[in-house]
Design a protein around this ligand. Structure first.
Ligand code: IPE
Ligand code: IPE
Ligand code: MG
Length: 250
């Protein structure tokens, strides 16, 4: 049988990931939760690298939800420090690989030091033309929509828009990531099957992929499996993991 070469057109353009299970992964190993978060960073690196090789247009990683402030203060502190140090070490690599980094969410609650670090990482990579890497931090889907509605209301009261201009398209323009295609594939690790207030609007038509794998164990094969599943759902022509991997080797 002829080996069908898969077109990269069939791949998802925008992948979103709820990176879950760091704590349980560490607990199973008898380690503190922070050990799981540190190993989760390695999975982030692997995922970005594989997605880049596949030519994915954008990836959005849920790193910290607007609800995660409810965690014990110690854990929140560790996560903030980890975010700061990862931004410091990884941004140069992202830049070298022509990737564009953006941090999506209500940044006002972060320390000034972290906000400055985020701003400099974003400005260093803003003219890059490769994959867009969005890190969702203090992000919530309800926050995103609320924020959009507030700005829309301000533009109406300022006379820039009238209420009859409110359409799905105009609301979408006020949301974060409005310049990117909507999410095609959402991946959530750790076996939980919920959205946890991640992108609500942008996920309206996404294929939802849930895997029991804990985030720190998520590797190149895990991403290939998720994308293979997606391609088969969307295009229904029975593509194999090998065909996705063939795109990686190009
Ligand atoms: C995901 O792992 C990372 C963050 C939410 C920051 P968790 O910390 O939620 O790990 P579990 O779900 O407790 O195992
Ligand atoms: C969702 O994970 C947020 C992130 C992955 C950052 P959680 O583990 O915090 O989600 P819930 O609260 O269990 O739904
Ligand atoms: Mg969790």
């Amino acid at each position: 049988m002829q080996n069908l070469t898969l077109s990269s057109e069939a791949l998802p353009k925008h992948i979103a990931v709820i990176m879950d299970g760091n704590g349980r992964w560490a607990k199973e190993k008898g380690k503190p939760r922070v050990f799981g978060h540190k190993n989760g960073v390695k999975a982030v690196r692997r995922t970005i690298s594989t997605a880049t090789q596949l030519g994915i247009q954008a990836i959005t990683l849920f790193a910290f939800s607007s609800e995660n402030w409810r965690r014990p203060q110690d854990e929140v502190g560790v996560l903030m420090e980890l975010f700061f140090s990862v931004l410091t070490t990884e941004v140069k690599k992202l830049h070298k690989n022509n990737l564009r980094l953006r941090v999506i969410g209500d940044l006002s609650r972060f320390s000034k030091r972290l906000q400055d670090k985020i701003a400099s990482a974003e400005s260093l990579t803003e003219n890059n033309t490769g994959m867009v890497v969005n890190i969702a931090a203090n992000y919530g889907g309800k926050w995103d929509i609320t924020n959009a509605v507030r700005q829309l209301a301000e533009d109406i009261s300022g006379g820039i828009l009238s209420s009859s201009d409110i359409t799905e398209q105009s609301i979408a323009q006020y949301l974060t990531m409005s310049d990117l295609p909507d999410v095609d594939l959402l991946i959530r690790t750790s076996g939980e099957c919920r959205i946890s207030n991640f992108m609500l609007w942008q996920l309206a038509y996404a294929e939802l992929y849930f895997t029991p794998t804990y985030w720190p164990d998520f590797n190149e094969d895990s991403l290939v499996d998720a994308i293979t599943w997606y391609v088969n759902r969307e295009r229904r022509f029975g593509c194999t993991g090998e065909q996705i991997k063939a795109l990686l080797d190009k």
